[in-house]
Write a protein of this length. Sequence first.
Lengths: 225, 225
Amino acid sequence: MRRLFSDELNDLHARFSEMGMMVNEAIFDSVKAFVNHDKALAHSVIDNDYHINRREVDLEKRSFEMIALQQPVTSDLRMIVTVMKASSDLERMGDHAVSIAKSTIRVKGETRVPEIEKVIAQMAAAVKEMVEQVLDAYVKEDAEAARQIAEEDHGINDFSSQIYSLCIDEMTRDADTIVGSMDYMLVSSYLERIGDYVTNICEWILYLKTGKLLELNSNAKEDGF
Amino acid sequence: MRRLFSDELNDLHARFSEMGMMVNEAIFDSVKAFVNHDKALAHSVIDNDYHINRREVDLEKRSFEMIALQQPVTSDLRMIVTVMKASSDLERMGDHAVSIAKSTIRVKGETRVPEIEKVIAQMAAAVKEMVEQVLDAYVKEDAEAARQIAEEDHGINDFSSQIYSLCIDEMTRDADTIVGSMDYMLVSSYLERIGDYVTNICEWILYLKTGKLLELNSNAKEDGF
């Protein structure tokens, strides 16, 4: 029985990590589509979100059944609860990728600002790295890495502030960039939110290791603008 | 033993509902502060968020211990898992109230647009009603109400679209309103996000009743702009 249970637990972890990679790809593709004005890619991000949502449902169901049927010991229970919690965060990160994809589709060829798009691409690269790091820290149950990754969220918020200032300057200088700049602001706010979800997952990793729920960056959160 | 457990479960529900009311108050106060330019009230929203966060930690701890120590039957387990999940949503709704409060503090007396502020106040009133309804539906475990409340999120997204258009018009007409309009957009995006979290809680109520995780409004989500 215990052997079977540990197999199930490994399987749960593997499926969670896989979901993380699906979400990371969605984020990467959504920003690529936005920066390259690639509506076909944006549509594929929206279509693929279905699979991310199904994976959350699958993880939820498996986790619940493992708890209900196998009554795991405390340390195992904590792992399962972590998957339940963190998979919701991943799913919502996927929703934000969809929002970015929708911004791409909505764009109607208004004046664009390459300088701001460059910063958005940098911000997206930083977010992508955070997502990859947090998935790695999760697999390794590395609490120290989780703390460090959460710290990186400050850098994401700095990108937000930078994009905010650039948009204000640009809109003031040239009214033709107003519609486009609003989109830049929204995309930047979605990326910032993804960074917040990564911080949440960092909190779950600490929870897994310590059994304590700590709020990392509680004052830094949402501080981008 | 069962009697004790049912007491604990009732206590858990009561504490969750109480958390919901704390969050509802935070949202209400944050928008009130924003519309009335009341920085003192905005500061109190930020300070009170500490108590919301502590309550989530408390619910998390109690839920976990109930599962670990009492090994509840499936239906009770589902209730506890729902509290664990939905309390995270409430906590993040509180974070968005903090974001709105921070927008209020950031405001530096730039030109304001009463017409847009009026729509924001209407949007906030609609969100507040949704939050109250979802807390009520949760207490009554009313799946039908949960479905209807999730439908109301379309109305919230319509407010977002309306605010978006008004901001674009206003910024194009008068560059002095650009900084203020960006804030309007952000506050509207926070309120929209709170509506999404209410929809998540609706999903947990359905989960509680049916054992199935359904995504309500999956295509409608994030559709505001």
